[in-house]
Design a protein. Sequence first.
Length: 211
Amino acid sequence: MSAARSRSTSGVRVVSAEFEAGAARAESLPPPGCEEVAFVGRSNVGKSSLMNALVQRRKLVRTSRTPGCTRQLNLFAVKLADGRALRLVDLPGYGYAKLSKAERQGWAAPLEAYIRTRGSLGVVVLLVDARRGFEEDDAQMAAFLSAPRPSGAAPRLVVVATKMDKLTLSAHKPALREIARQAKAPALGFSAVTGKGREELWASILSGSRG
Ligand code: GTP
Ligand code: MG
């Protein structure tokens, strides 16, 4: 009995995770290979931290207190114990008001080009700060993600509320419910500090994966 219970929570094991390539423009990335899972959201929402937590490597992806840390498209090659291979893609954050309009547009263009044209992009994880909720920028991104692409079907959208450790336990459910309502999609809770939500997020990323 107890053995069966422990197996059910053993979850996804990452055997390797390596930086593969970084590029300022979508066209400069290596050619599409295995399925890609991209992470998008406002600057500072916790994209890079969440990726480190997913692969259980503290410093694979650079994180920072200062918004605007990730300025290019960064590809990470990940192998799972069951033999599956994936690429995780860290994308520049949006909605950072202190940047000039030109700077913001300079980063938005590669991000949008990547999402619109990358045929190997299968899943987009949209991160929302659990304390701030779903904001106008996020709604625009969600609409952009669901728009038809020249390269094929729209990627599957997974919505994640980050920094759940900053909320009291009693605030978890209402926060997730509200984000899901606004995103019109189920929302998972996640904390890069405690690792809570990691298994659910992997399960959601891998469900229906082509890898
Ligand atoms: P940009 O690259 O600027 O777009 O930011 P990002 O979305 O990659 O955020 P990053 O992972 O660099 O994290 C931003 C800040 O939030 C850092 O100070 C992190 O330590 C903190 N942070 C990220 N995730 C969590 C979390 O789950 N809980 C808490 N308490 N802090 C977090
Ligand atoms: Mg980042």
